[in-house]
Ligand binder design. Structure first.
Ligand code: HEC
Ligand code: HEC
Length: 501
């Protein structure tokens, strides 16, 4: 009997009723455990659960029955409704207004780079080649809404790329035409208990007219889905990332160590995902697994599009007949007479694009949203979703000394079995996620790491999850309970506040 499986909700949109059933099932399960099973057996279950996780899965050490009991009450009913995304025009997607005239000069070339559609065959050093495996052929296809740099658009662009130019891919069942763009990681290597954790690209270049001779198969997503071996992730927006990048480590740590009494009373802890390499605090990705915009841009070039570059120089699949360009496919361009802005490779230009995008501009504050902001503090949301940081002076003045209202502490938190994806990354355990920044959330279409809901109220309710034999309770349980305990007006004002961001 696996406690993990009985409570797994991964990939499903949970209604409150579903959540209630889940919670009740969990309560019953624990009642039964406590009454029927002897302590010795409990220990065996715990030890087995601990052993189940790969090395580095820090979450397991925190599993305790106390943490389960503390949160073993149902939250009261929610009354608020989601007014839906604020309509276009987009309130995001422009460059920082603080950029110098010299920096502004390269805006067109970095915008072109982010929007570029990559084909397989490389014809110049600034024309990195697609594949052999890929999820999409352009940064802007995925980071699309409400403006370039953002998140998934209303119509899924994967449907225009999977058979493009003769490619023979089939669409995995978890991708839908109006659903979020998702990328897939395998928890374990197929058919084994050896941890995997890598992205397995949805598509290959097989059959494309510019990829003659390449014959590789798509990953077996049917089996992976049937075995619960998939960890899916949607597209986070990149707005303001250059500002998040320069926040000092010590400011993140000081913020973590502030308001400790309030956090303790809510059951909130959280910790940085420190880089195992240089000890700095990583910030990007759903588990805060990447430190810098340059690393992320190079990684995205390679992982999402199969474009090899100076930070990630290996083709993901080196099957003979499929490696159709010398690697890396995009490099610093030493051609005499080249324009200054075309000197760096594709990854570096894409980096500048995401580094220089301004944060989204919030909508007009009304009486309702002003009260909602107060309730956001009252419910305790703010103890993870930190209102602001101030960037320090930096060597790039455009990014320095700015107060940024990102609504994140840049820490990772235990979010319970309901959100756990089973996949550890660095110091982020299989049930831990980075507090998602909430700026720009007012125009977002899909929420939570796997894009499981389009309803912002469901996104809040899904923070609630009791512990089980594998994972401790969500650190946000008390905060969600506080939210549900607000008066109907205060609840609605809080939701209106979120949709104003
Ligand atoms: C197939 C869709 C897709 C494409 C194409 C794509 N991305 Fe992403 N991007 C994602 C997903 C999914 C994540 C989350 C990854 C994770 O957490 O593991 C992400 C994360 C990011 C982040 C981190 C954002 C944050 O604040 O955490 C940045 C920056 C980024 N991508 C930049 C780029 C750039 C630059 C390109 C083009 C070189 C690109 N992406 C192409 C899907 C895509
Ligand atoms: C214990 C820390 C914590 C608390 C408390 C907390 N959150 Fe979150 N929040 C997170 C994390 C972590 C995520 C990302 C979870 C995921 O993607 O699976 C998140 C995601 C979200 C999202 C979706 C963001 C996105 O990009 O999809 C919204 C909306 C949100 N929180 C609102 C709230 C509100 C409102 C409250 C208070 C009632 C709250 N949160 C309390 C940690 C917290």
């Amino acid at each position: 009997m696996s406690f993990r499986d009985t409570t797994k909700t991964k990939g499903k949109i949970m209604s409150l009723r579903g959540k209630t059933n889940q919670v009740q099932a969990q309560s019953n399960q624990w009642k039964m455990m406590r009454v029927i099973l002897p302590t010795a057996l409990l220990l065996v279950v715990c030890t087995a659960a601990t052993a189940h996780f790969p090395k580095g899965a820090k979450a397991t050490k925190a599993v305790s029955f106390a943490s389960v009991r503390t949160n073993a009450s149902l939250p009261p009913a929610v009354t608020a409704t989601d007014p839906g995304p604020r309509p276009l025009p987009a309130t995001a997607g422009s460059f920082l207004s603080t950029l110098s005239p010299n920096e502004q000069q390269i805006e067109p070339s970095i915008t072109t780079e982010f929007n570029r559609t990559h084909d397989v065959i490389v014809t110049s050093p600034t024309d990195g080649g697609l594949g052999p495996r890929f999820n999409e052929n352009s940064c802007a296809s995925c980071h699309a809404y409400p403006a370039v740099g953002g998140s998934s658009p209303p119509t899924n662009p994967l449907f225009s790329v999977y058979n493009y130019n003769g490619a023979t891919n089939t669409m995995p069942s978890f991708i839908t035409s109006t659903g979020p763009i998702l990328e897939a990681r395998f928890i374990n290597q197929p058919g084994t208990t050896i941890p995997d954790g890598n992205v397995h690209q949805l598509f290959t270049i097989k059959g494309r007219s510019d990829a003659a001779g390449c014959n590789i198969a798509q990953p077996d997503f049917v089996t992976a889905a049937a075995q619960g071996n998939l960890a899916l992730r949607q597209v986070p927006p990149t707005y303001g990332d250059g500002l998040i990048e320069v926040i000092r480590n010590r400011d993140i740590v000081n913020n973590m160590n502030s308001n400790l009494a309030q956090k303790a009373s809510l059951g909130i802890t959280g910790h940085p995902n420190y880089s195992g390499n240089d000890g700095s605090i990583q910030r990007f990705g759903w588990k805060a697994q990447v430190r810098s915009t340059l690393l992320m841009a190079g990684n995205q070039m390679n992982v999402e599009m199969g474009v090899t570059n100076e930070t990630f120089p290996n083709e993901i699949d080196q099957t003979p007949g499929c490696v159709l360009n010398p690697v890396p496919e995009t490099v610093t361009n030493f051609t005499p007479g080249i324009l200054t802005e075309m000197f760096p490779g594709d990854a570096e230009r894409a980096e500048h694009f995401i580094q220089w995008l301004a944060p989204p501009t919030p909508g007009h504050a009304s009486t309702s949203t002003k009260n909602g902001k107060l309730q956001f503090t009252n419910a305790g949301c703010v103890y993870c979703h930190t209102t602001s940081f101030t960037t320090p002076a930096t060597s790039r003045p455009a990014l320095g000394n700015i107060i940024i209202n990102l609504y994140s502490d840049i820490l990772v938190h235990h979010m319970g079995p309901g959100l756990a994806d089973g996949l550890p990354q660095g110091q982020a355990g299989p049930d831990e996620f980075r507090t998602a920044p909430l700026w720009g959330i007012g125009q977002r279409l899909f929420f939570l790491h796997d894009g499981r809901t389009s309803n912002i109220v469901t996104a809040i309710e899904d923070h609630f999850s009791l512990g089980n034999g594998s994972y401790p309770a969500s650190e946000a349980n008390q905060s969600v309970t506080n939210f549900n305990n607000l008066s109907p007006k205060n609840q609605q004002d809080l939701v209106n506040f979120l949709r104003s961001l």
